[in-house]
Design a protein around this ligand. Structure first.
Ligand SMILES: [Zn+2]
Length: 347
């Protein structure tokens, strides 16, 4: 039987073709229309539907570049199944260089949303009905919030038997087992039976080349694992260190932070991660690692209020595996940009 066309919005995309579909969103108050572009690559052969989304938080832009590079790859002509690529979900936040929507809500806490709800709820509803409900699997691309940085990591429920092998195959340095936050895209997808992993890497409002390259290659790894692309002839990616839990260490007092650990540093329980002091240095308070692990997130801003999250430590004993992975990334031997159309890296 001939493969069916893919239906989305009012559009029909035939097998072996690609199209950009603009999903209509609430307009601007200047009466200008706004839409969310969705790139639909409908392969000639049967296979699953994978969505890749970015900028659900409008200022988290590494994923926008990851999707741009993916869409330019010649091997996409050989795709089986269907790829739905949504480079900018929160179009409003992207314009405003903001995590949030103009109604000051967090889109990633507004899922599944509803048609008659808040602005964020309506946007979430459109994404849920047009993208999630048409997909089998998804990858949602994020970065840390503004003035924060994340070590490249996949977050997923590794008790999901469909998701676990896909999350591993992405081959980010770290795979963190975590439950989906309430109201998140990932949580709503799980309720629809759609397995979604989140890729977190780098910081908001910045391009970080290594995070982008790991994201491009990780997405290709997932496409191959799903047999949506032919196997690679390159040597396989290094395995991820699996972290079963993590903990944020918070500022014990307001003051000036002197950070003493970087992303990817292995830390022992009780090791000092940084010191918070008042500007005169009269009252110094250390922040200590809660257990043996690795620093997977941190603030870059030295000005901190009491209670602020400063260092995100993941619990792991796979330190030598992770150190080898990070060393290979840092010396460039574990990254394969030639798979991408040759273009200069972003520095
Ligand atoms: Zn985010």
């Amino acid at each position: 039987m001939a493969r069916q066309a893919f239906l989305i919005g009012e559009h029909r995309i035939g097998p072996g073709s690609r199209a950009t579909v603009n999903l209509e969103l609430p307009g601007l108050y200047t009466n200008d229309p706004v839409s969310m572009p969705v790139h639909v690559l409908h392969g000639r052969g049967d296979g699953p539907v994978l969505f890749v989304s970015a900028a659900v938080h409008g200022d988290e832009i590494n994923g926008v570049e990851i999707i741009r590079r993916l869409l330019r790859m010649p091997q996409m002509k050989r795709l089986r199944g269907t790829l739905l690529a949504v480079p900018i979900v929160n179009v409003f936040g992207f314009h405003n260089r903001s995590r949030y929507l103009p109604d000051r809500r967090d889109l990633n806490r507004s899922f599944p949303g509803n048609e008659g709800g808040s602005m964020a709820g309506r946007l979430a509803h459109i994404f849920t009905t047009e993208i999630i409900a048409r997909s089998d699997v998804g990858i949602d691309l994020h970065t840390a919030a503004i003035h924060r940085d994340n070590l490249p990591q996949i977050r997923a429920d590794i008790n999901d038997p469909i998701l676990e092998p896909l999350a591993r195959t992405f081959s980010a340095p770290v795979l963190l087992h975590s439950a989906a936050p309430f109201g998140s895209l990932r949580g709503t997808a799980a309720a629809h039976g759609v397995s979604v992993m989140v890729y977190e890497a780098g910081e908001a409002l910045r391009f970080e080349e290594l995070s982008i390259q790991i994201g491009v290659r990780g997405t290709l790894n997932v496409l191959r694992r799903l047999q949506m692309l032919p196997p690679s002839k390159r040597k396989p990616s290094r395995p991820s260190a699996v972290l079963r839990s993590s903990s944020w260490q918070r500022a014990p007092q307001s003051g000036i932070l002197r950070a003493q650990s970087r992303l990817g540093d292995m830390v022992g329980k009780g090791e000092v991660l940084g010191i918070v002091a008042d500007p005169n240095g009269d009252s110094e308070m250390p922040i200590e690692a809660p257990f043996d692990g690795v620093v997977i997130g941190r603030t870059n801003l030295p000005l901190v209020f009491e209670g602020e999250a400063l260092f995100h430590v993941g619990r792991t004993r796979q330190t030598s595996l992770l150190e080898q992975h990070l060393d290979a990334l840092n010396d460039g031997s574990n990254i394969a940009p030639p798979e991408v159309i040759e273009e200069p890296p972003i520095v």
